[in-house]
Design a protein around this ligand. Structure first.
Ligand code: ZN
Length: 147
Protein backbone atom coordinates (compact mmCIF):
# COMPACT_ATOMS: atom_id res chain seq x y z
CA UNK A 1 0.00 0.00 0.00
CA UNK A 2 1.20 3.44 -0.83
CA UNK A 3 2.23 5.66 2.04
CA UNK A 4 2.14 9.41 2.41
CA UNK A 5 4.98 10.93 0.40
CA UNK A 6 6.55 14.39 0.74
CA UNK A 7 5.19 15.09 -2.75
CA UNK A 8 1.65 14.79 -1.36
CA UNK A 9 1.86 18.36 -0.08
CA UNK A 10 2.72 19.54 -3.60
CA UNK A 11 -0.12 17.43 -4.99
CA UNK A 12 -2.53 19.03 -2.53
CA UNK A 13 -1.36 22.50 -3.60
CA UNK A 14 -2.07 21.47 -7.20
CA UNK A 15 -5.53 20.28 -6.10
CA UNK A 16 -6.11 23.64 -4.39
CA UNK A 17 -5.17 25.44 -7.62
CA UNK A 18 -7.66 23.26 -9.54
CA UNK A 19 -10.27 24.08 -6.87
CA UNK A 20 -9.59 27.82 -7.19
CA UNK A 21 -9.88 27.58 -11.00
CA UNK A 22 -13.26 25.92 -10.58
CA UNK A 23 -14.33 28.68 -8.22
CA UNK A 24 -13.31 31.30 -10.79
CA UNK A 25 -15.64 29.55 -13.27
CA UNK A 26 -18.48 29.80 -10.74
CA UNK A 27 -18.30 26.10 -9.90
CA UNK A 28 -18.09 24.88 -6.30
CA UNK A 29 -14.31 25.03 -5.71
CA UNK A 30 -13.16 21.44 -5.32
CA UNK A 31 -9.97 20.10 -6.88
CA UNK A 32 -8.45 16.64 -7.13
CA UNK A 33 -5.13 15.10 -8.13
CA UNK A 34 -4.26 11.45 -8.67
CA UNK A 35 -0.68 10.34 -8.19
CA UNK A 36 1.03 7.00 -8.68
CA UNK A 37 3.09 5.19 -6.03
CA UNK A 38 6.25 7.02 -7.11
CA UNK A 39 4.55 10.37 -6.59
CA UNK A 40 4.08 11.22 -10.28
CA UNK A 41 0.89 13.12 -11.08
CA UNK A 42 -1.38 11.07 -13.35
CA UNK A 43 -4.26 13.54 -13.60
CA UNK A 44 -5.61 16.74 -12.06
CA UNK A 45 -8.99 18.43 -12.40
CA UNK A 46 -11.45 20.74 -10.74
CA UNK A 47 -15.16 20.46 -10.17
CA UNK A 48 -17.07 21.23 -13.39
CA UNK A 49 -20.68 19.97 -13.46
CA UNK A 50 -22.18 23.32 -14.52
CA UNK A 51 -19.79 24.13 -17.35
CA UNK A 52 -19.83 20.56 -18.71
CA UNK A 53 -23.58 20.07 -18.19
CA UNK A 54 -22.60 16.94 -16.31
CA UNK A 55 -24.26 16.04 -13.02
CA UNK A 56 -21.33 13.77 -12.15
CA UNK A 57 -18.66 16.30 -13.15
CA UNK A 58 -17.10 16.19 -9.69
CA UNK A 59 -13.35 16.75 -9.50
CA UNK A 60 -12.66 13.17 -8.40
CA UNK A 61 -14.73 11.65 -11.22
CA UNK A 62 -13.05 13.88 -13.80
CA UNK A 63 -9.63 12.86 -12.49
CA UNK A 64 -10.55 9.16 -12.59
CA UNK A 65 -11.73 9.53 -16.20
CA UNK A 66 -8.56 11.38 -17.26
CA UNK A 67 -6.34 8.86 -15.50
CA UNK A 68 -8.19 5.89 -17.00
CA UNK A 69 -7.76 7.31 -20.51
CA UNK A 70 -4.12 8.13 -19.87
CA UNK A 71 -3.24 4.72 -18.43
CA UNK A 72 -5.58 2.72 -20.65
CA UNK A 73 -7.22 0.97 -17.72
CA UNK A 74 -10.07 1.84 -15.39
CA UNK A 75 -8.31 0.02 -12.57
CA UNK A 76 -6.05 2.57 -10.93
CA UNK A 77 -4.73 0.26 -8.25
CA UNK A 78 -2.11 1.79 -5.94
CA UNK A 79 -2.83 5.32 -7.13
CA UNK A 80 -3.54 7.87 -4.41
CA UNK A 81 -6.34 10.43 -4.67
CA UNK A 82 -5.70 13.88 -3.24
CA UNK A 83 -8.83 16.00 -2.98
CA UNK A 84 -9.54 19.33 -1.33
CA UNK A 85 -12.91 18.22 0.08
CA UNK A 86 -13.74 14.77 1.46
CA UNK A 87 -15.45 12.82 -1.36
CA UNK A 88 -19.23 12.52 -1.54
CA UNK A 89 -20.91 9.10 -1.66
CA UNK A 90 -20.97 9.11 -5.48
CA UNK A 91 -17.23 9.73 -5.68
CA UNK A 92 -16.50 7.20 -2.95
CA UNK A 93 -18.23 4.55 -5.02
CA UNK A 94 -16.33 5.62 -8.16
CA UNK A 95 -13.06 5.43 -6.20
CA UNK A 96 -13.92 1.86 -5.16
CA UNK A 97 -14.71 0.91 -8.77
CA UNK A 98 -11.33 2.33 -9.81
CA UNK A 99 -9.65 0.24 -7.10
CA UNK A 100 -8.30 3.33 -5.35
CA UNK A 101 -7.51 2.47 -1.76
CA UNK A 102 -6.08 5.67 -0.33
CA UNK A 103 -7.69 9.11 -0.29
CA UNK A 104 -6.03 12.18 1.20
CA UNK A 105 -8.30 15.18 1.63
CA UNK A 106 -8.25 18.70 2.99
CA UNK A 107 -11.65 19.94 4.08
CA UNK A 108 -14.26 17.74 5.66
CA UNK A 109 -17.99 18.15 5.19
CA UNK A 110 -19.69 17.68 8.54
CA UNK A 111 -21.84 14.79 7.39
CA UNK A 112 -18.86 12.97 5.91
CA UNK A 113 -16.63 12.71 8.95
CA UNK A 114 -14.82 9.42 8.69
CA UNK A 115 -11.31 8.39 9.39
CA UNK A 116 -11.83 4.67 9.58
CA UNK A 117 -11.49 2.37 6.57
CA UNK A 118 -14.76 2.31 4.67
CA UNK A 119 -15.36 -0.39 2.10
CA UNK A 120 -11.65 -0.75 1.43
CA UNK A 121 -11.04 2.99 1.23
CA UNK A 122 -8.63 4.54 3.69
CA UNK A 123 -9.10 8.24 4.36
CA UNK A 124 -6.45 10.54 5.71
CA UNK A 125 -6.96 14.22 6.33
CA UNK A 126 -3.91 16.29 5.49
CA UNK A 127 -4.26 18.72 8.40
CA UNK A 128 -2.11 21.63 7.19
CA UNK A 129 -4.30 21.87 4.11
CA UNK A 130 -7.69 21.59 5.75
CA UNK A 131 -7.68 25.34 6.57
CA UNK A 132 -6.72 26.22 2.98
CA UNK A 133 -9.45 24.00 1.59
CA UNK A 134 -11.97 25.39 4.07
CA UNK A 135 -10.94 28.95 3.13
CA UNK A 136 -11.41 28.36 -0.59
CA UNK A 137 -14.91 26.98 0.00
CA UNK A 138 -15.82 29.67 2.54
CA UNK A 139 -14.67 32.49 0.24
CA UNK A 140 -16.65 31.03 -2.68
CA UNK A 141 -19.90 30.77 -0.74
CA UNK A 142 -19.46 34.21 0.86
CA UNK A 143 -19.09 35.70 -2.62
CA UNK A 144 -22.18 33.76 -3.76
CA UNK A 145 -24.25 35.18 -0.90
CA UNK A 146 -23.15 38.74 -1.76
CA UNK A 147 -24.15 38.45 -5.42
ZN1 ZN B 1 -18.38 13.78 -5.51
Amino acid sequence: MSTLLPVDRACMVLALVAAAESGCRDEVPVGAVLRDVQGRVIAAAGNQPIRNHDPVGHAEIRVLQQAGHRIGNYRLTDAVMMVTLAPCQLCRQALRLARIRRVIYGSEALEQKTKRPEGGLIFKRLQPFSKNSDSVLRFFFEQKRKS
